[in-house]
Design a protein around this ligand. Structure first.
Ligand code: SF4
Length: 296
């Protein structure tokens, strides 16, 4: 049985950068707090916890005074920075530059009176940060059906959480354009309502679709390694499953099942942008050592 780790999988550069910032800081500070899990991967969180990084919630954060706190790649709303200033907290800002850029663009449109619509999941940390930039004004939608929440009479801009899927983004953009057009026809408006669709889906995620499909098709079985709360992981795993129904999602090697590999010759291991390389290698070893049929 041939087991291959997908070369194009694993940490995106934004997550690599965040982990590097954390590790560098931890060399000088024996203990630092991370506001929320640094990445959606419990195994990597454990590894960094051993180096002194303690994960805290926003409630814990509100109680802290004079400590050092890491802001993870997803970013934070302006209220977090204000609270840190008030409570003498030193922030180590590891927000991914791609997310910072989206925040800046949203701020500009909001300041210019636009209705900001965000395609994303309202409870996702990145979206909470993006909505915070609009002081809570942004409308968050995750499907074409939810475009009914948008006021078509206002000048509008559509952005996306960086890890959402492109086809749905463009379906939402088309649906919004359609609603705006219908309004013009209905009211005999002469000029079109200003509408912009800004595709802010990260290239690190969207660029992977094609390569992942090829990888999933090339292997008889695909083992996808990701934290179950990773939104990017869910999107990428669905792509695997769509291409190859013999795709399985696991958090680590303890979840592997022998029956997946019976009479199979090729196994591919892939992972989310938050899956560390060392974890995929460990899964590979486990498959080779435990599930490899004994040769006589
Ligand atoms: S997926 Fe893109 S936006 Fe998200 S952390 Fe990675 S590089 Fe940054």
């Amino acid at each position: 049985m041939k087991v291959t780790v997908d070369q194009h999988s694993g940490f995106c550069w934004g997550v690599v950068r965040t982990v590097e910032i954390a590790e560098e800081e931890l060399k000088a500070t024996p203990r630092m707090y991370s506001l929320g899990p640094i990445i959606h991967n419990p195994r990597e969180i454990d590894r960094l916890a051993q180096k002194g990084l303690e994960t805290i919630s926003h409630q814990d954060f509100a109680q802290l005074r004079g400590q050092k706190v890491l802001i993870r790649a997803h970013g934070e709303p302006p209220s977090t920075y204000e609270l840190a200033r008030k409570h003498n907290i030193t922030l180590v800002d590891a927000t991914c530059p791609v997310v910072t850029k989206v925040q800046e663009r949203i701020r500009k449109f909001h300041d210019n009176g636009y209705q900001v619509v965000i395609f994303g999941k309202k409870d996702h940390a990145e979206v909470i940060g993006l909505v915070g930039v609009t002081k809570g004004d942004a409308v968050v939608i995750k499907s074409v059906e939810e475009t009914s929440k948008v006021d078509p009479a206002r000048k509008t801009v559509l952005f996306s959480q960086t890890t959402m899927d492109k086809p749905t983004f463009y379906q939402i953009a088309d649906a919004l354009r359609e609603r705006i057009k219908e309004l013009e026809v209905g009211t005999f408006e002469e000029s079109a309502v200003d509408f912009h669709a800004k595709d802010t889906i990260c290239g690190q995620v969207s660029g992977r679709d094609k390569k992942l499909r090829e990888f999933a098709a090339k292997n008889e079985v695909v083992v996808f390694v990701a934290g179950r709360n990773s939104s990017n992981g869910k999107v990428l795993y669905e792509i695997c499953r769509d291409t190859n129904p013999r795709s399985y999602l696991i958090e680590d090697e303890t979840e592997l099942k022998g029956e997946w590999f019976e009479e199979r010759d090729t196994v591919g291991i892939s992972g989310a942008t938050s899956t560390p390389q060392w974890l995929m290698e460990r899964v590979k070893l486990a498959i080779e050592n435990i599930f490899q049929p004994a040769t006589v």
